[in-house]
Design a protein around this ligand. Structure first.
Ligand code: HEM
Length: 378
């Protein structure tokens, strides 16, 4: 994933700081609760991968960027964004109906919608604390004595959505698939929530979950880590050799592009026992297989250009697992689990068809909170 980030990494680090995550938490929880409510009110099985894409897009737009767009506008934004992503890698042939033309159109429409949302935003957040990534970006730029141009803001916004969208949707789908495949894992998650006093009869309402108690859920952490090891969403990344070096007897000249493979590393690393098994306990304190070296476990990449959103992504996945374990019942709607493919990101071939059954408690309260925190119901 290459982001032509026009802003300093320091600014992005602030966007994903502990304080920022703390402020995103109740909003992420609401977006997830709303989606699970919609999924479970559908009498038909849902396509988990497609709906997870919608969910992670909504999270990026409503929580990370703080856009208060209507449901109608959100649907339009999502389908335009999908057109943009689907045609990203097209041959540069500018003919009617070509992928290139569709992609350019989608990009222009997206930029217009985003510009509108950005222009309307200051009116919405007036008098409030800076509470989302876009606010932090604008504020940090001002602190550094620079004002971001509208073009820079639009580009940074699309880059952030792009980085968050496919990866988080892939990981969410894999998480749901593994919880379906391994009911004992789901039950152990419930036990952990019960033991911490977090599991009640109905939904977990905003405010009940805090960053510190989420982080203290050790088994949950192991489950998320194992999902990201076995179903790593990003297969690898590129680097440029800054100086000539030697690796396993092979000389890599300065200036060469080098690709490192995250998937192959996870698949072949000797530190992982029974590498193909879904075994969250491998990350437990007693076994700690990931502690046996720095570069065996790297779903978020490594070094200075590793994923900036990894804390946000893991927080999102943890909240999703908590909500699934506490408020949802769900079952596979096909006879067999689908095959998983790896391009462009890991996902099941049929998207994973699942029937959700929800618990109806607290729905009105969730809707009211959504209105207050996100400016709209999802
Ligand atoms: C499970 C979800 C995610 C996975 C597996 C993931 C993985 C990755 C990987 C492997 C890279 C490339 C690192 C490299 O070049 O070595 C990356 C870069 C990046 N990711 Fe994520 N990512 C996820 C979610 C997110 C989210 C939610 C955001 C938030 C917007 C985000 C923001 C970024 C950014 C800004 C970069 C570029 C960093 C840079 O170039 O310095 N990611 N991610």
């Amino acid at each position: 994933m290459t982001l032509c980030v026009t802003l300093s990494l320091q600014v992005f680090a602030k966007v994903f700081s502990h304080e920022a995550l703390e402020s995103y938490l109740p909003k992420i929880q609401l977006v997830i609760q709303e989606s699970l409510r919609v999924w479970s009110s559908n009498p038909e099985p849902i396509n988990v991968y497609r709906e997870s894409q919608r969910l992670s897009f909504t999270m990026a737009v409503r929580v990370l960027l703080g856009f208060r767009v209507s449901e109608e506008e959100m649907r339009h934004l999502f389908s335009t964004f999908q057109d943009f992503v689907d045609n990203l890698f097209s041959l540069p042939i500018d003919l009617p109906f070509s992928g290139y033309r569709k992609g350019i159109r989608a990009r222009d429409t997206l930029q217009k919608s985003i510009e509108k949302a950005i222009r309307e935003k200051p009116l919405c957040s007036q008098g409030k604390d800076y509470s989302d990534a876009l606010d932090i970006l604008m504020e940090s730029a001002k602190e550094n004595g620079t004002e971001l141009t509208m073009q820079e803001l639009k580009e940074s916004t699309i880059e952030l959505i792009f980085a968050a969208f496919a990866t988080t949707a892939s990981a969410s789908t894999s998480l749901i698939m593994q919880l379906l495949r391994h009911p004992t894992v789901l039950e152990r998650l419930r036990e952990e929530l019960r033991a911490r006093g977090l599991l009640h009869n109905g939904c977990l309402m905003p405010g009940e979950l805090r960053l510190d108690n989420i982080v203290s859920l050790k088994y949950l952490d192991c489950v998320i880590k194992e999902v990201l090891r076995l179903f790593t969403p990003v297969s690898g990344a590129y680097r440029t050799a800054m100086q000539t070096f030697e690796l396993d007897g092979v000389q890599i000249p300065k200036g060469w592009s080098v690709m490192y493979s995250i998937r192959d590393t996870h698949d072949t690393s000797a530190v992982f026992k029974d590498v193909d098994a879904f075994d969250p306990d491998r990350f437990s304190e007693e076994r700690g297989e990931d502690k046996e070296g720095r570069f065996h476990y790297l779903p978020f990449g490594g070094g200075v250009r590793s994923c900036l959103g990894k804390q946000l992504a893991t927080l999102f996945l943890r909240i999703l697992a908590i909500e699934l374990a506490s408020t949802s019942r769900f079952e596979l709607a096909t006879r067999q689990f689908p095959r998983v493919v790896t391009v462009p990101v890991v996902h099941p071939v049929d998207g994973l068809k699942v029937k959700f059954y929800g618990l109806d408690s607290n729905q009105n309260e969730i809707m009211a909170k959504s209105e207050e925190l996100l400016g709209a119901t999802v």
